[in-house]
Each structure stands twice: as C-alpha cells, then as structure tokens.
Write a protein that binds this ligand. Structure first.
Ligand code: 13P
Ligand code: SF4
Length: 332
C-alpha cells in the first residue's frame, strides 16, 4: 500500500481513486468477492445497486447474526460505522472494511461516552440496555444491547424489580415503555432521519390515499407513530408489506427500504413519507455516503478497515452476545 493511498484514506475516509466509468462494477465486485473470500453485508438503507450486489441485506439484528456466523475472511460492511464495529466485535480476527469511514450515525453521535458514564452515575444500580445504534465505547458501558427487532423481548428479559436505563434513542425507548409497561430512564438521543418526518404531510397523504396503511419505524417521534397502522424494524416493515393484504403503503422510514418492498411485491404501491423540508423522500446522509465505486475500491485495497480499541473489545462484546442469546431463545 503506497503512502499516497494511506494519506488519501485518512483525508477522505476512503481511497479517492477515480474509477474508470466504463468498468462493470457488478462484475469487478463479484470477482473481488471470490478472490478475497469476502462477504458483503448491506443494510436496507443502501442504494439499490449496493443491495443487489450484497450477499445479505437486512436490519441491524439480521446483520449482526450474519456477521456472527460468516465463514468469509473479509467482511465488507455496506452500512454505517456502528454496524461495521458490531461485525468486528463478533469477528476480532477477521478484516472488516467499510466503503466510507465517515459513514457515521446521528443517533450514535448523540451519546458521548464520558457524558454517558456520568448519566449512569446519576442512576446507580440500573440495568443498562443500549440500542445497537451506538459506538463500541457505549456498548462497553452496557449490560444488554437491543435492536428495533428485539427491544421488547430484551426489556422483558430484565427482572421486574430492576430499574432500567435505555439509551441512546428516546423515541424507541418511549415506544418500548408503552409496549412493555416498564418504566425506563431514557437518554435524550434521536435519529436525524426519523425525527424529521412531517406529521402534517403524512396526514395529507392519508387523505390522498385513503386505502393506504401507514407503516413506521419506532425511531420516529410519538406524534408520527400515532398515525401508524403498523410499527416495526426495517425487516418487520418489509415482512408486513408482504403478508398484509393491503395494496398501498405509506412508508415512514429511510427510503432505501422501498427497493426491497418493490421487489417483493411489484404489484403494490409504496409511497415514501416526506420529511419536514423540501425533499420528497427521506435519505440518511450517512448511509448514502456509500457508493458502488467506494465498495469496489475498499475491496480492492482492503481499506479503510474498522478496528476497535483493545481495551473495549471484551466489555463491548459481552452485551452484544447477551442480545444474540436472548434473541435465539425467542426464535428471532
Ligand atoms: P433497523 O434496520 O434495525 O430497523 O434499524 C434502522 C436504522 O435506523 C439503522 O440505522
Ligand atoms: Fe443513524 Fe438514523 Fe442514519 Fe440509521 S437512519 S444510520 S439511526 S442517522
């Protein structure tokens, strides 16, 4: 690896090489997958092409489960940094690369480790449940991780006489309080994408499409969730559109998921819920930093790599393993 390439990576987060536009990226990425025994794990919020080249597409729980069982030598994570960190925690000896190191998450950023430590000190003897959308440094201060697919079961696994801190997503936390009846202390974090859905615009869409069902991700605000006929993780939303007899859905989450919804039910109508700005649909700017070109380059150069500080490894892995064990017990 030349010094120049290393410098480019540290500046831009990925190799800033111009990719020949005539290159068949699908074929090149497939070739690299075989040559390097690599697996591409992609989240539903990725661009359609990235979803189509991936070996597995899923929500945060599915992606963690796939990462845990992969036999590949290299994991290419088409998602955001905390997801790649999760894959690395589960595979400390494997190489984990991410197309763009700057693909962060506003929710993970809303929970700085030092402030979280002080917050925990203010609430001693609480069991700490953290949403997987957090950094390894927060995972290391956590008792059990959860995702939007298993948060109810994880919270219910804590004995009733124990008090709970739930971090970092206050919207998911509030929703889980309502579903489980458990009183939890919430960290005041949120997702920039799910917080800006417009209650007014969704209400108007409902009038325009009276037969449509509103389906929403639990990271949305309470006023938006109140409009929903169904609330679930990305995988939950996708499955609902496949199994429900309704033919029209207003989808209140990041618009990338619509690709799989269209593929699974081509005869149905999917309307991306609009945000509270001039855009028609709602994209996560972090997720959308990944491109086919960057996937190709990160596989070619095996950079940028995601690594975790050695002193965090054991403490951050423990709550993740607990989540996977509890999920398995519930058949999730
Ligand atoms: P899930 O795909 O696990 O529902 O999470 C949504 C999300 O916002 C990921 O960043
Ligand atoms: Fe983070 Fe929200 Fe983007 Fe998911 S959609 S990665 S929670 S900012």
């Amino acid at each position: 690896m030349s010094l120049l390439i290393d410098e480019q990576i540290s500046r831009a987060g990925h190799v800033a090489e111009t990719v020949n536009p005539s290159l068949d990226l699908f074929a090149e990425i497939k070739k690299l997958k075989e040559e390097k025994n690599a697996v591409i794990l992609a989240h539903y919020y990725q661009d359609a092409d990235i979803q189509d080249i991936a070996d597995y597409i899923g929500d945060s729980l599915g992606l963690a489960q796939q990462a845990e069982k992969t036999k590949a030598d290299m994991i290419v994570f088409a998602g955001v940094h905390f997801m790649a960190e999760t894959a690395k925690l589960l595979n400390p000896s494997k190489k984990v690369v991410i197309p763009d190191l700057r693909a962060g998450c506003s929710l993970a950023d809303s929970c700085p480790p030092d402030e979280f430590r002080k917050f925990k000190e203010q609430h001693p003897n609480h069991v700490v449940i953290s949403y997987i959308n957090c950094t390894a440094a927060i995972k290391a201060q956590t008792d059990i991780i959860c995702t939007s697919s298993n948060a109810i079961q994880i919270v219910q696994s804590v004995p009733k006489d124990k008090q709970i801190i739930f971090a970092p997503d206050k919207n998911l936390g509030r929703y889980i309080i309502e579903k489980t009846g458990r009183d939890m202390v919430l960290w005041d974090g949120s997702c920039m994408v799910h917080e800006i859905f417009s209650q007014q615009k969704i209400t108007k869409l409902k009038e325009q499409y009276p037969n449509a069902q509103v389906i929403a991700h639990p990271e949305c605000e309470e006023v938006v969730l109140k409009l929903a006929d169904f609330i679930g993780s990305t995988t939950g939303l996708l499955k609902y559109t496949q199994t429900n007899s309704c033919n029209e859905f207003i989808v209140v989450t990041e618009s990338g998921i619509l690709h799989q919804m269209h593929k699974a039910s081509p005869h149905k109508l999917f309307i991306a819920a609009p945000p509270n700005n001039n855009c028609a649909c709602n994209d996560c700017p972090h997720m959308k930093l990944n491109t086919m070109e960057k996937i190709y380059l990160c596989m070619k150069y095996e950079k940028p790599e995601v690594n975790i500080a050695a002193d965090l490894m054991d403490d951050a892995l423990r709550p993740l393993k607990r989540m996977l064990e509890i999920s398995a017990l519930h058949g999730l």
